[in-house]
Ligand binder design. Structure first.
Ligand SMILES: *Cc1c(COP(=O)(O)O)cnc(C)c1O
Length: 394
């Protein structure tokens, strides 16, 4: 039976059914093994079946799973402490996914704006952005195809060309309640924001009393070689930051981090989530952040990132497959040159035993391997990519 026919068609037909994983490898139901350079879309940062995470979730499973937010639970209190003590943030809100974290950030920013003045509700976002698939978050996304079918969309959203400082300057006024930026755009094609854009967004949001929101859902939690990317811009800190994907190492959890001042706009009853901050999810996330926020671990991600960049450049010399190679840490994108077709190349990689991702308009090969990958595993995967490129051209 083709089980795909039981699913609503929004994912298209899936070819592989994955059964288990270990480290950087997954195995499908046919028994074929794959090296995973996609990490379940930058989620399984510590690979599959990490013994510390498996052990932690088993221990918590025997105690309590879910409490609702009518009560505190120990793992969520502990995670709140882990996150605030390691970042700019004073306060957290827990949810279950990336879009929920952004939805919370945007609602908070709108409420704060409305509290100041009823005109202060416009949100500045960028071309190429991706912030999730809810009606509000997709309205801020760069892809027309994600937005157009769902009209009418939330109002008063201004889209500015990414990394265009002049355009950002022009878009700003006192009616803006928030600017939302991915320090490295992931889905949009692995496009890093320029330090100039980040610094300008910080100074303009201060000038116009708007909140600066960093969406670090994909590029944060060690993915780009620092715990969060904001840490690399000479002291620039956001007012709000969202995090999900890698945070739970594969368990669904998201969070909104806030300064004490920004957080004041939400009081009891203003927002909520039934499942947010579950004891199971928070238990796992506590272990993930303790493993990732370690100088040796993060330094290794940076070193592996340099190796990956060099190797992609060498591959490009051989195959002339990329017009640009962009990224940081273990998040890289290769803009495919015209003769390579993303979907075809991905299928070729799969048959070689390598799982990869696309980004942009399916014209960027996206590399987001588990952060625990070894040098030799990284080299093995790139060898499989060479074979795939060879076959694609043949
Ligand atoms: C994946 C992603 C989201 C949405 O996260 P979901 O968990 O799919 O809702 C939002 N922002 C960025 C930058 C992402 O990469």
């Amino acid at each position: 039976m083709n089980y795909n026919q039981l699913f609503i068609g929004n994912y298209g037909d899936r070819e592989l059914c994955l059964e288990k994983g270990q480290g950087v490898y997954v195995q499908d139901t046919q028994g074929k093994r794959y090296l995973d350079f996609g990490s379940g879309i930058a989620v399984n940062s510590l690979g599959y079946s990490h013994p510390v995470l498996v052990d932690a979730i088993k221990r918590q499973a025997d105690k309590i799973w879910h409490t609702s937010n009518l009560y505190l639970n120990q793992p969520s209190s502990e995670l709140a402490h882990e996150l605030t003590s390691r970042t700019f943030a004073d306060k957290v809100f827990f949810c279950n996914s990336g879009l929920e974290a952004n939805e919370a950030a945007l609602k908070l920013a709108r409420k704060r704006g409305n509290d100041i003045n009823p005109q202060k509700n416009s949100i500045v976002c960028f071309t190429g952005a991706f912030h999730g698939r809810s009606l509000f978050t997709l309205s801020l996304g760069g892809k027309e195809a994600h937005r157009q079918p769902y009209a009418p969309l939330p109002d008063n959203i201004t889209r500015v060309a990414f990394n265009d400082c002049d355009a950002l300057q022009k878009a700003m006024n006192d009616d803006v309640c928030a600017i939302i930026i991915e320090p490295i755009q992931g889905e949009g094609g692995v496009n890093p924001a320029s330090p100039e854009l980040i610094k300008l967004a910080r100074s303009l949001s201060q000038k116009h009393n708007a909140l600066l929101i960093f969406d670090e859902i994909q590029c944060g939690m060690g993915r780009a070689g620092s715990l969060f990317n904001y840490m690399g811009y000479d002291g620039v800190t956001p007012d709000l930051m969202t995090c999900a994907k890698g945070l739970g190492g594969g368990f669904p959890i998201g969070c909104l981090l806030a300064t004490a001042e920004a957080a004041e706009s939400f009081s009891a009853g203003n927002h909520g989530s039934t499942f947010g901050g579950s004891a199971l999810g928070c238990t796992v996330a506590c272990e993930v952040i303790r493993i990732v926020d370690d100088a040796k671990f993060l330094n290794n991600v940076q070193q592996l990132g340099k190796l990956l960049q060099e190797q992609l450049q060498l591959i490009n010399k051989e195959f002339n497959c990329f017009s640009e190679i962009r990224g940081k840490g273990l998040l890289w994108g290769g803009q495919l040159s015209d003769k390579y077709e993303g979907a075809k190349l991905l299928a070729e990689c799969r048959s070689q035993g390598l799982l990869l991702l696309l980004a942009g308009n399916a014209d960027v090969l996206r590399f987001a391997p588990p952060l625990i990958i070894s040098e030799s595993q990284l080299m093995d995967g790139l060898e499989l990519l060479r074979d795939a490129l060879q076959n694609h051209s043949a």
